[in-house]
Design a protein. Sequence first.
Length: 321
Amino acid sequence: MNSEQSRRLIGVGCGMGAGAMWGVVFLAPKLVPEASPALMAAGRYLAYGLIAAALIAPRWKSLAKGLDARAWRGLLALSLLGNLIYYALLVVSVHYAGVAASALIVGMVPVVVTLWGLKDPGAAPLRRVAPPLILAVVAVVLIGSEALGRASGAESHGPWDAAIGLACAFAALISWSAFAVGNSRWLAKLSGVSAHDWSLLTGVVTGGLSILLIPVVLLTPGAVWDQGQWLWFIAVSGGVAVCASIIGNAFWNQASRMMPLTMLGQMIIFETLFAFLYGYLWEQRWPTLIEVGAIVLMIVSVVWCVRAHGPAQEVGAAHEH
């Protein structure tokens, strides 16, 4: 195994670690079912910002000197696209179109990111990444159909509501895909900033932007909580911030530096896999046969995508040139 193969396998491990951490986000609403989406977002991102600021404080001056105005604008855009705008679109989509339809559309992120990166250096050609992409699409459709079947009759929406929800789901898909691509390209430009520090800088900016959610939370009616409920909410928000935002984003940024976008896009599948795993544990049930089949297809698609970026691709590329 050469150094490039080792590097990409480590990248896959980082992508898996990011997915394991990001999957925790799907449990948070179950742990605090009384909290509104705006309150959950404000709690998570404020905690992310405060923890990131505390961790980065000793290196703040040296890091800030290495970032120009364009880099700060990039951080602002990434914080909006990957966190606040994406989450807002997702919440509206779930409200109007339902969980299953929203998850089905947003689950196509790996496909969009992979196709977006076909022209990047180190990318495998479409003929090599198309088969694993098709497997990923089939897996998402299988799981989506299963979820839609379970949810049938549970939610009722008019055509205009459904149209708004689906439009927001597609917008969320583009928003997060743009974040993944932009984040990867900024990390490639800023070789002097570590993947972990870039995650913390994103956290500081996101935390500052999340202050804008406070008026929304205050204007949203909700139940009156006692001290114990507030302490539990703060603990959950802090836990999600540390696991998903601090650790998960650091893993993702490291993976972004170790593989091309055509390979990186497939790593997002791990978030779905771990979300399912945590969901089964929470619901205390085994996956259905359709879900098992979809999970197997997802794993095969990742392995196939990794192999598509192996030595055979490099030999083929050499012959083409």
